[in-house]
Design a protein around this ligand. Structure first.
Ligand SMILES: [Zn+2]
Length: 361
């Protein structure tokens, strides 16, 4: 084994900006992608044992960054770019369907700098990483067959370059950046116990936003290494239930009204938890964790505390009430939450991690 000499691949007519990027979706194909001097996507392909000439993607796409190509299988390839609107756009190729049109992935709140970086650690997952305008790492993920919204890595990391992402195996992923100290930094992802929530909103909460509730839950669960993922968020309009109360709240015993409500499980996998945000529960409480067999769900009242979401989902995952009122799973009285946030003890953590509703992703 030894290195060859350099081989000249030429350039698109008119030249190109920046550097090339490449992807091999299988052992017989390699594609070079560049941002042409005309800001179109250009491609040069190796297949059938030979390099073929440069071709222009005449689809109206105008690139504002170098392209970031990737693959989610032997017969799949996609290319991500920054568009002139500051959003991430992609187009995909499949063996059966050829090239798709451009798909808009939006951008982190506040926008991002430079171009996107992508990685697929296996055929079911793709992650886009960018340097946010706030210099934090932002991520948008494809899993469970759908794209999920942008999320910020709230870990104090301050980026001084665009991220580069890669994988060392089906269940490993890492991101490298330049730090403000001029050093290269990285963080890695590996399998973590994850609770997947699907939020179904009938009546928005009044004291806290849904986002604040999710963040409060994440804070507590993350303190024990458990990830909370948002599978989907949907506004539910149930004409027959405009004045909804969730009557009664006894595990294993659900009312007709609850059964009707919990029947709405669009996008909810069997090992996922649906959360219904309702006007009120009856008897009055912050929420209710009773759910029909096979439909793991809970309800959160519009007047709930920010901790209610994590509390009710805790019940769904198997946690009983505890006595102290400064704990997430307190069973009575008024939540007396100070810093640090309510804890999950070792036994509770074990219950959560071993729950059939906690998936390793
Ligand atoms: Zn409870």
């Amino acid at each position: 084994m030894t290195w060859s000499g350099w081989f000249n691949h030429g350039a698109p007519a008119g030249g190109f900006a920046g550097g090339p990027s490449i992807v091999s979706r299988n052992n017989t194909v390699c594609n070079i992608y560049v941002r042409g001097a005309d800001n179109a996507l250009w491609q040069k392909a190796f297949w059938n044992g030979a390099w073929h000439d440069w071709g222009r993607h005449n689809d109206g796409g105008v690139l504002a960054s170098e392209p970031a190509p990737g693959s989610m299988g032997d017969n799949h390839e996609h290319v991500f770019v920054r568009g002139t609107d500051g959003n991430v756009w992609s187009k995909a190729w499949t063996g059966s369907g050829g090239w798709s049109g451009w798909f808009n992935h939006g951008a982190p709140a506040g926008g991002f700098a430079g171009g996107p970086s992508i990685v697929s650690r296996n055929n079911r997952v793709c992650n886009i990483y960018v340097r946010g305008a706030d210099n934090a790492l932002w991520q948008k993920a494809f899993w469970n067959g759908a794209w999920h919204d942008w999320g910020r890595h709230n870990d104090g990391g301050v980026l001084a370059s665009e991220p580069v992402a890669d994988t060392m195996g089906q269940e490993h992923e890492h991101v490298f950046v330049r730090g403000t100290d001029g050093s290269a930094w990285s963080k890695a992802w590996s399998l973590v116990p994850t609770v997947v929530l699907h939020l179904k909103i009938l009546t928005a909460p009044t004291s806290f936003t849904v986002d604040q509730m999710v963040q409060a839950m994440r804070t507590v669960y993350a303190s024990r290494g458990i990830n909370v993922a948002l599978g989907s968020t949907e506004n539910l309009n149930l004409p027959l239930l405009t004045d909804l109360d969730v009557g009664g709240c006894t595990m294993g015993s659900t009312t007709t009204e609850q059964n009707q409500l919990y029947g709405n499980r669009a996008n909810v996998g069997n090992d996922h938890v649906a959360v219904y945000f309702v006007r009120s529960t009856n008897p009055p409480s912050n929420g209710c964790a009773a759910f029909p067999a096979g439909r793991p769900s809970c309800a959160v009242s519009s007047t709930a505390s920010s901790w209610t979401l994590g509390h009710e989902v805790g019940h769904v995952l198997g946690l009983p009430h505890v006595t102290p009122t400064d704990r997430l799973m307190t069973g009575g009285g008024t939540w007396n939450v100070t810093n640090p946030p309510p804890d999950l003890d070792g036994a509770e953590t074990t219950t959560l991690v071993n729950s059939a509703l906690t998936v390793n992703v």
